[in-house]
Ligand binder design. Structure first.
Ligand SMILES: [Zn+2]
Length: 281
C-alpha cells in the first residue's frame, strides 16, 4: 500500500492510495471514520443556584437551554488531542478514576447578557493546560440573558467514534477509483470533445488541436467532471480498481497528517495481529 499526497493542509487531505485493493481502501475509510482515538467532553457538572459575576453582582446560574442540550454541545467541541500525552481511562495507570494522563478538566464561568463560546472553556491545570483550549474559538454554546449565568465543570476523556460521534476525528471521508480516460483519436478534434478541456481544466488539455489527458488524478478531483465526460461521444471513462483517490477533513482536534499516520499504523497493527491469530490456530 503506497500513498501519494496530492494536498496536505492542516485539516484537509487529498491523496492517492496506490497498488491497493477495494477492501484495503474501505478499511482505510472505516479506520479514518471510526477508529482514531481523540479527547472529547464526556462528563459535565452544572453548578446551579446563586453565583457571583466578575463585576461582584449576584447572578442565577441558569440558562435558557436544557442542561442535556448544553452537555451535548460541549461534547461535540473539538478538543486538541495529543495521543502521546493521553491514554484511554480503561488503560490508564489510575485504574479509570481520572488523572492528568487520561482526562482534561475545563471550567465555564460566565454571566449574561451575551453568548457563551467555545473559547469560554477554561482548561484547568495552570499555564501548561492552555494548550488544551478548544481549537475553534467561536462555536456558540448558549446565549445568556441579563441576570443569567453559567457555572460548569466539564471533563474530556479519550474515546473513538465506535461509541459516539463526538469522538470522530475525520469527516467527509470518501474515495473513488482512479479514472482511466480514453479519447478516441478519430474524435479528438471534434468541437464537442475539444470543449471538454473547459469541463475539466485540471485533467484535460488541448494540444495540437487535439484533446489529450493531462492528469487523470487531477481530473478525478475536479467536481462533477467525470459524469459530464462520460456522456460525450468519443470519450470513454473506465475505473482502475487498484488506485484510489481519497479525501477527508478533520475537526481540528488533530491535523490531517496525524490522522492519516494513525490510521495507517492501526491497519498494519490489526493485520499483523490477525495474521498472528491465524498462525496460532
Ligand atoms: Zn488516569
Amino acid at each position: 500500500m503506497d500513498i501519494e499526497i496530492i494536498e496536505m493542509a492542516d485539516r484537509k487531505a487529498k491523496f492517492v492510495l496506490k497498488n491497493s485493493s477495494p477492501a484495503m481502501a474501505n478499511a482505510l475509510r472505516r479506520t479514518l471514520l471510526s477508529d482514531i482515538p481523540k479527547m472529547a467532553i464526556d462528563k459535565v457538572e452544572f453548578m446551579t443556584g446563586k453565583m457571583q459575576g466578575e463585576d461582584g453582582k449576584d447572578y442565577e446560574s441558569i440558562t435558557p437551554l436544557f442542561e442535556e442540550i448544553i452537555a451535548h454541545r460541549l461534547g461535540m467541541l473539538p478538543v486538541p488531542t495529543d495521543l502521546e500525552l493521553f491514554s484511554p481511562q480503561s488503560e490508564c495507570s489510575c485504574g479509570g478514576v481520572g488523572c492528568p494522563s487520561c482526562q482534561i478538566m475545563y471550567r465555564i464561568m460566565k454571566t449574561g447578557p451575551g453568548t457563551v463560546y467555545s473559547s469560554d472553556l477554561q482548561p484547568l491545570g495552570g499555564p501548561e493546560a492552555e494548550q488544551y483550549r478548544i481549537v475553534d474559538e467561536f462555536i456558540p454554546v448558549v446565549e445568556l440573558t441579563a441576570d443569567q449565568g453559567i457555572y460548569v465543570f466539564a471533563t474530556a476523556v479519550m474515546g473513538t467514534a465506535k461509541k459516539h460521534v463526538k469522538w470522530q476525528v475525520c469527516n467527509g471521508v470518501g474515495y473513488m477509483y482512479k479514472p482511466v480516460i480514453t479519447i478516441d483519436p478519430d474524435c479528438a478534434s471534434n468541437e464537442e470533445v475539444l470543449a471538454c478541456a473547459e469541463i475539466c481544466p485540471n485533467g484535460l488539455e488541448v494540444k495540437g488541436k487535439k484533446l489529450v489527458v493531462k492528469d487523470p488524478v487531477a481530473c478525478g478531483y475536479t467536481k462533477g467532471c467525470i459524469e459530464k465526460l462520460s456522456e460525450i461521444d468519443g470519450i470513454t471513462v473506465d475505473w482502475d480498481d487498484t488506485n484510489f483517490l481519497f479525501k477527508f477533513e478533520t475537526d481540528g482536534s488533530m491535523t490531517a497528517q496525524q490522522a492519516l499516520d494513525i490510521a495507517v499504523k492501526k491497519i498494519s497493527e490489526e493485520a499483523r495481529n490477525f495474521a498472528a491469530e491465524i498462525e496460532a490456530l
